[in-house]
Design a protein around this ligand. Sequence first.
Ligand SMILES: [Zn+2]
Length: 281
Amino acid sequence: MPMVRELIGVLQTAYPPELAEDWDAVGLVCGDPEDEVERVLVCVDPVQATVAEAEELGAQLVVAHHPLLLRGVSSVAADTRKGKLVHRMIRNGIALYCAHTNADSANPGVSDALAEAIGLTELRPLNPHPLAEPEEPIGIGRIGELPEPMTLREFTKQVAAALPPTEPGVLAAGDPDRQIRTVAVSGGAGDSYLSVATRARVDAFVTADLRHHPASEHLADGDVPALIGVTHWASEWPWCEQAADVIRAACEGTVEVHVSRRNTDPWTMRVGEQGGIRSEG
Ligand SMILES: [Zn+2]
C-alpha cells in the first residue's frame, strides 16, 4: 500500500505546485504523509458531502480541486465550519490534498478534461502560463477544435450531454444557428478570460459563473465568441477522472481510486415556469 507521501509525489509530478498562482494555497491540508492509503476519493469540493463520502468508502486520502483553507487562518477549532471538517478528517484518518490552479495550468489539466469531455481536439492553452516555454502547452484554459462544425444550438446540447446533470443546466448566448468550430474553455469561473477568448477569435467560449455585466458587455461588442455557461462544479468535475487516472497509472492496482459523483454545486432546485410578466427581446 502506498503512503500519503508517495501519492503526493505522484500528484505533484502531474500538477507541479510551482504552476499555482501566487494567491493560491495548494498541497496537503491535513493528514500524516507517513500514513498508508488503501482508498482515495477524488472530488471538486472538500465539503461535508464529500468528506462523508470518503468516510463511507473508508478512504484515507481525499484529493480535491478547491482549497479548503485558501486564506490565512488562526484557528481550526471544531466550532468553526472549516475547523470542524479538519477535525472530522483527522479523527477519521483522512488526509486532504488540494490541487487547484496548478491543476488548471498543468498539461493535461482541468481545462483539458473539460475540453475533451465536450469533444474538442488539438488543444492549446488559452492563457499560457508565464513559466511556460513558448511551445510548452501549459496555462489556464484551452482552445480546441470540433472535428466538424456544428451550430451553437447543437454544440450547446453536446456540452449539456457531456457533463453531469445539474439543476441550472447549460445556458448559451449568441445566434443559435452560428457555426461553431474553434472553441475556448476555462474550467471554473472564467469571465476574466472573456477578452482573451475574443482576441483568440474563437467561435464560442465555454466556462462557468458568467456574470450579467461581463457577459452582456462582452456580447455588446459585436463580433465576439458565443458564450456557453455551465455550472462551476460541472465544468471542473471531468478533472476528477483525469486525476484518478494519474493515481491509478502510478500505483498499478495497489490503491483503489474513486471519483465522487456527489454534486457540490450550491444549486439544488430549478423552477422553469415563471410568472406573468413577459420579457421582450
Ligand atoms: Zn473552481
